[in-house]
Design a protein around this ligand. Sequence first.
Ligand code: DGJ
Length: 744
Amino acid sequence: MKRVLLTTALLLASFAAVQAKDYQISTPNTTVILTADQNKPLYFRYYGAKAEIADVRAAGRMVKYDAYPAFGTLCDAPFAALVKQSNGDNSSKLVVDKVEQNTNGHLTTLSVWLRDVAHPELVIKANYSAYDDCDIVKMNTEYFNNGKKSIVLQKYMSAVVPIQSDNCVLMQLEGNTKNECNEVVMPLPVGQYNISTTTASRVAQYFNASFMLGLDGRLEEQNCPVIAGTMAWMGNTQFEFYNTNVARIPTLFMGGINPTASDYTLAGKSSLVTPEMILTYATNGKGEATRSFHRWARHHQLLHGTKEREVLLNSWEGVHFDISETSMVDMTRDFAALGGEMFVVDDGWFGDKYPRNDGTTSLGDWMIAPKKLPNGIRPLIDLAHNNGMKFGIWIEPEMVNTTSELYEKHPDWVLRHPDFEPTYGRGKTQLLLDLTNPKVQDHIFKVVDDLLTQYPDIYYIKWDNNMSMHNAHSQYLPKELQSNLYVDFTLALEKVLKRIRAKYPEVVIQLCASGGGRLNYGYMPYFQEMWTSDQTDAYHRILIQWGAMNFFPSNMLAAHVGSAYSKYTQRLIPIKFRFDVASMCRLGMEMVPAKLNDAEREYAKRAIAEYKTIRPVVQQGDLYRLVSPYEGNKDFSSLMYVTENKDRAVLFAYRHWFKHYMSNIIIRLQGLNPDAKYRIREVAPEFEGKPAKINGKVISGRMLMQEGIVLPELVKGFTKNAPLGEVRAGNDFRSIILELTEVK
Ligand code: DGJ
């Protein structure tokens, strides 16, 4: 999204008359239809399975609702635009002025120019785009203020989609740090229901800007119609759902920037582009919706989305702030011996006058702490390289602690109201820098630039953010523009990220926000991966990863094996289960490897080597969810990945809880070629256990999908010698990974 000055050409553009017409854009399996007629409202008619206009009409499946309703006509019905003109008038009537259709690579865009009958200086361009290689459509708007005086955008949503169903089931993700992305499913309530994000800098801290909507009273993995949506925006968003009995108001949803406290003053002769609402329509359930999102993310949105990601060890859970040369050297060597591919130094390496020993100091002072690392990080980088590994480092560049050299020099660089004490974040001293200030933008760029100039062989950066925007007041913006902050802050962040990416297109940057607090499609063009959660309990992680993967692909979700004992849940979980859970995404470790016993070390080595063999399927395959940890008796869960040409697949099956005489569960596979035969191999079996009975068997895709498989090992207790972790973990937490290879 960007704000640009209008060109003279644009201002003078004159538009040819539009004839009443239905316009259609299509993906391989879906269609959007709009009706445009000169000087009439633009109507949204259909979003569903791919269809001919005549068929949709004959079947009675056309809806009719203003595609971009503005406050001013039908003020009792949902509206997407509310604009206060320079004279205070806030009513608008938007009508069609011009229609354009363009194709650019895989993308066809229908743009409809809407003019405000009462205020000619306001023009809104509504864009509807469809991909020809995946079932994704994008919608957004561009606001043009062609007048000389400022206007105030009070509501400026990206798009509105009416649907015919009045029996919808809604799924959204909610949570918090160490408990992210819980699936919540409910019938779409009557009236208005919003999914709003308000945390600004940690946009996904409590709610994710994503939803799935089952359209015929069900929301299932297969065989039901689903619309799923997400907002690509690094700031506050809102999805609004309306479900009324009023005949002229169909069930509908709209998405966009959250209008709360976001009245946006748009100067004369300038424009604002609203964020993209990204949608998929699936006839075959939420599984298909997920796969469409993943495919699109990897190929069109996520930076380097089709590249395989390395297995890394991150120092955080192992030593927290206790960084020293010895601890880092030991971890690097020990991880290399396990077959690791990268070592990442997390928080605690920086601060000269104020060394970083806890969360209370040093953010902003990005110089190496001399007492902790007297020889700097050069020897650590070299050591990683000498051991065949890459090197990465942690920063939190948008932040400052009040106990820091940066804050001493620039107390005016933080977001806060000058007349009262701010709300502090972590360590009771953390504040968010004011990114609307160009000097702060330069500072953030310089943090990254200095590191990468001094150490060009840093391969990976973990970019953290541990504070929501508690103090939404800019010391840089004038008083009358304070309500531009939420949007201008987001635009400023985007500007900095673009600047960093222009100079450093290749460096891998992981986005983190107290765990998975920034899971949003808006960041994807700048970050290759995101930290999913600080939750180290592997059972809890299944729920989090499962929830996140509804929308976000496995290769961008970092999942690390922690120690057997999770300090957050106080559960003990054996090493195989921990590896098997982390291996469903981008595998890493987060512990002191020296604390593993010999058997565990041997197992970790084997699990990492095995992960490398299944990595292409896990990181790039199509995801099929088989047994949900959120549904049924919750004792089991299972999912699988299948390559595009269906010649390889990897299945993950987990038993969470043990019960005496548990019944076997049947796992019906999906996504395979029914006519192919698959050889089954157990991946990284327990180190003292026997391989699963199914190991080595050849079974047809048809059998695997129609009748499914039974894994008797999943309902058994552990044998005496089974790997129990450092401390006995009981009989819970047993898991199996199977690789399926087509026998040709
Ligand atoms: C929060 C992150 O989620 C953790 O993984 C870790 O990087 C800490 N911050 C460091 O302070």
